[in-house]
Design a protein around this ligand. Structure first.
Ligand SMILES: Nc1ncnc2c1ncn2[C@@H]1O[C@H](COP(=O)(O)OP(=O)(O)OP(=O)(O)O)[C@@H](O)[C@H]1O
Ligand SMILES: C[C@@](O)(CCOP(=O)(O)OP(=O)(O)O)CC(=O)O
Length: 410
C-alpha cells in the first residue's frame, strides 16, 4: 500500500461542518525525492508538461529526504489560495500550480455532485504549508517531492478515490519529475503518445520490496540555487541540440528496455552501466546545446573519477554515478557494498556533515582508494553527504503544519 490513510478527526469523509460554519479541514502528507537513472530532458508539449522521452527513477527514503505538506480549506478562509514554503509565501498563481489545483478541485467537485451530503470543499479557499528538510532548488529534486506532496495532500483533503498513478497525471503538470514521486520503489514515467497527455504518467516498475538493498550516497557539491533551471535548459536543448533527436528516439528507448530488465533481474552491474551511460548521454546533450549548458563542474568530475577508482579497486562494478541538472553526485550501490563504496568516500570526506547518523557510523572506511587530485578536489568541493536508500511513496501523516484554527504552525 503506497500510503497510510490519516486517522485524524478532521480527515474523515462526510464530516459535518461546525455550527458556526468555520470548520477547518486538514490533511497532511510527506513525499519523497526521486533521482532518475534514465533522465527526462525535453518537452514535446510545455503547457501540459509532456516529455519527449520516457524516464525511470529510484524513489529515495523519506527517513532522509522529504517534503512535508499540509493542505487545509475552510469556508472561513479568505481567497486567494495560499502556499507557504519553508515559512515563506510562495506564489500559487503560476500556470503549473494552477493546473494542479484546478484538476484536483474538478475531481472533488465531481464527487460532491454525486453525493450532496459531502461538504463543498471544492468551493473553499485552500491554505497550504510545506517544508522541505533539504535545500530547495539546488538540484536535489525539491520540485519533484514538492509537487508530489502538494497533490497527495490535497487529494487526501478532498478524499479523492484516484490511485497514485492517476494522481501522477496531475503532479506531472506541476513538475514533470514529480509524477514519479507519487510511487515508491523503481518508477517509470511513460511518455505516452496522446495529445491530451492522459497516457503520460507514472508506472510502478518494481516496489521497494523487490530490491530493498539499493543505497544512495549523495555528495552535495553545491547547495546554491542553480544557474539554468531544468525547465529552461531542456527547452533550449530541444530547440538547438543536433544530438537531441537521436537521444530521444533511439538512445533512451533502448536504455529503458535494458534498465527494466536489469531491475527485474536485480542485476546491479547492468543497472550501474546503464545509469552511468545515461547520465553521460544527458550531460553530453546539455553540452551540445547552444549556448552550452554546464551542470557538471570539477568536483563532479572528481566524483566520477572516484566511482571509477572504487570499481577498479573492487574489480567489478560496485558503484554507479548519476547527476541531475546540477553538480551534485548521486552514487548508487548495494547494501552489501557499503564499506567498499561509501567507505572509500568516507575515508576522504569523513569530516563532512552526514556521517554521524546510524547509517554513516556503520560504514567502515576504505583507505587509499581515492587519492591525489581526486581526493583533494572532493575534500575542497563537497559540502556534505547524505546517505539514503530506496524508499516508499507518499505517506499520509497526522502531524499538521496548520492548526485546527487554520493558523500556520511555525
Ligand atoms: N515543498 C514544495 N512545495 C511546493 N513547491 C515546491 C516545494 N519545493 C520546491 N517547490 C517548487 O520547486 C521549485 C524548485 O524547482 P527546481 O527544478 O528549480 O529545483 P529542484 O527541483 O530542487 O532541482 P532539480 O529539479 O534540478 O533536481 C521551487 O522554486 C518551488 O517552486
Ligand atoms: C535532470 C532531471 O532532474 C530533470 C527534471 O526536470 P523537472 O521535472 O524539474 O522539469 P519540469 O518538468 O520543467 O519541472 C531529470 C529527471 O529527473 O528525470
Amino acid at each position: 500500500m503506497p500510503f497510510i490513510v490519516s486517522k485524524t478527526a478532521t480527515n474523515r469523509r462526510n464530516e459535518p461542518i461546525d455550527m458556526n460554519g468555520d470548520h477547518v479541514y486538514r490533511a497532511s502528507t510527506t513525499a519523497p525525492v526521486n533521482i532518475a537513472v534514465i533522465k527526462y530532458w525535453g518537452k514535446r508539449d510545455p503547457r501540459l508538461n509532456l516529455p519527449t522521452n520516457s524516464s525511470l527513477s529510484v524513489t529515495l527514503s523519506q527517513s532522509d529526504l522529504r517534503t512535508h505538506t499540509t493542505a487545509s480549506c475552510s469556508p472561513s478562509f479568505s481567497p486567494p489560495d495560499t502556499l507557504l514554503l519553508n515559512a515563506q509565501p510562495q506564489p500559487l498563481s503560476d500556470a503549473r500550480s494552477q493546473a494542479c489545483l484546478t484538476s484536483l478541485r474538478a475531481l472533488r467537485s465531481a464527487l460532491e455532485s454525486t453525493d450532496p451530503s459531502l461538504p463543498p470543499l471544492s468551493s473553499y479557499p485552500l491554505r497550504l504549508s510545506s517544508a522541505n528538510n533539504f535545500p530547495t532548488a539546488a538540484g536535489l529534486a525539491s520540485s519533484a517531492a514538492g509537487f508530489a506532496a502538494l497533490v497527495r495532500a490535497i487529494a487526501d483533503l478532498y478524499q479523492l478515490p484516484q490511485s497514485p498513478t492517476e494522481l501522477s497525471l496531475i503532479a506531472r503538470q506541476g513538475s514533470g519529475s514529480a509524477c514519479r514521486s507519487l510511487l515508491g520503489g523503481y518508477v517509470a514515467w511513460d511518455q505516452g503518445t496522446l495529445l491530451d497527455g492522459t497516457d503520460s504518467k507514472a508506472r510502478l516498475v518494481a516496489p521497494r520490496s523487490h530490491w530493498p538493498e539499493m543505497r544512495a550516497l549523495i555528495l552535495v557539491v553545491s547547495a546554491e540555487k542553480k544557474g539554468v533551471s531544468s525547465t529552461t535548459g531542456m527547452q533550449t536543448t530541444v530547440q538547438t541540440s543536433p544530438m537531441f533527436q537521436t537521444r530521444a528516439t533511439q538512445v533512451v528507448p533502448r536504455a529503458m528496455r535494458e534498465m527494466e530488465t536489469a531491475i527485474a533481474g536485480k542485476d546491479f552491474p547492468g543497472f550501474a552501466k546503464i545509469t552511468m551511460r545515461e547520465s553521460n548521454s544527458f550531460h553530453a546533450t546539455c553540452l551540445d546545446t547552444d549556448p552550452p549548458i554546464f551542470y557538471l563542474n570539477d568536483v563532479s568530475r572528481a566524483a566520477i573519477k572516484g566511482v571509477e577508482a572504487v570499481n577498479e579497486k573492487a574489480g567489478r562494478i560496485a558503484a554507479a554515478y548519476t547527476f541531475d541538472a546540477g553538480p551534485n553526485c548521486v552514487v548508487y550501490y548495494l547494501e552489501e557494498d557499503g564499506d567498499v563504496v561509501a567507505g572509500a568516500f568516507k575515508t576522504v570526506l569523513g569530516e563532512k556533515e552526514g556521517w554521524t547518523g546510524e547509517q554513516g557510523k556503520a560504514v567502515k572506511g576504505a583507505e587509499g582508494v581515492l587519492q591525489g587530485k581526486v581526493m583533494e578536489t572532493l575534500r575542497d568541493g563537497v559540502s556534505r553527504v547524505i546517505l539514503t536508500s530506496v524508499g516508499e511513496g507518499p505517506i499520509s501523516v497526522g502531524d499538521h503544519l496548520i492548526d485546527e484554527k487554520g493558523e500556520v504552525v511555525v
